[in-house]
Design a protein around this ligand. Sequence first.
Ligand code: URA
Ligand code: ZN
Length: 386
Amino acid sequence: MTAAGRLLVDIHTHVYLPRYASLLRKRTSVPLIRSATTREGTTEERLLILDHEPSGGRPVGAQYWDREEKLKFMDRHGIDVSVVSTANPWLDFLPAPQAHSLASELNNDLEEYCASSPDATAQGYSIKRLYGFGLLPLVPEISTSALLEIVQQISELPHLRGLIMGTRGIGKGLDDEALDPVWAAIEKAGLVIFLHPHYGVDGKAWGDKDNGHVLPLALGFPFETTIAATRLILSGVFDRFPTLRLLLAHSGGALPALSSRLASCIDHDPVVASRLKHDARYYLGRLYLDAVAYGPEELGFVSDTIARSERYISGSSVSPAPDRSSGSKRMLFGTDHPFFPPLSSTEKWKSVVENLESIDAVQGWSQADKDGVRGKNAMELFKLRE
Ligand code: URA
Ligand code: ZN
């Protein structure tokens, strides 16, 4: 049993719930799951979720939908609690009425998946091993009232503590003012938004060599998140909804590295210069970022860019020295399970071990900071106590 302050909590971990997987199996256009014959003559299922899916898609199996497999994976890696989210592309491809009804059904399914999970017994806590991010039917033509109804549903399901969303909004991106009532409702309900990529960037940028999934995953995914989060900042969403809690996948992509350049471009742009209440770098400190970066230097750097936020409050004369330790308070461990399985069988997944070792090796993070990133920050952000 892990002591309460030392729980390992995975906040970036996915599932295709059985109801969703069976929908994908019935489909003939992407996204879909199809049966394929392997070179060895056996049958396997393959997942195709991108329009120009590299390498004939990816093999999928029970890891993607079976809760027992999720729990076994957690046990193998010492993960006490997971906050599970439906994997991409969520409901993005469905007509509005179907997206709406399926969101409601899948949210109930996920609540049951979590509520009936074993207890994670820890000193002073009585919690489950599984919690979840619900789904919003963010598709074109959906009515605001349908979206608000689902936010309300999620907020009433006790084991759902947030919602996952892609970057398209209801068709025009997340900086669409039509989403303001949705941000307001999410903020009021205290739900955490997990912003996750799916589309990457224009695939033409990748050329015609078969590089498998490397370019879309290593670069396309984080660039997509970078663009979406930047557009949100530029639209003033964080000025209008200052207590909105937004968690960015993959440590915010390139946003931390580009944030001073972004601030400078804003300062020199007559259209945008006076639009925001604060310097762009301030808003990084309002975000939460997962610690799925695979390297200690990256984690340390990202925490620096969060920590310096306070220096950029407009009109503030205080200029505290940026303190990496305070930046760590907004970073949270994740695995991206069941994606990135090891290519050959190993006891532990390299993708998980690397992220854990990275947290341990960040220069300037104290033991308490590391415990925070591994679990305590998640316990607080998602109010994981009952
Ligand atoms: N990680 C995800 O969350 N989705 C993918 O499609 C691939 C990796
Ligand atoms: Zn993911």
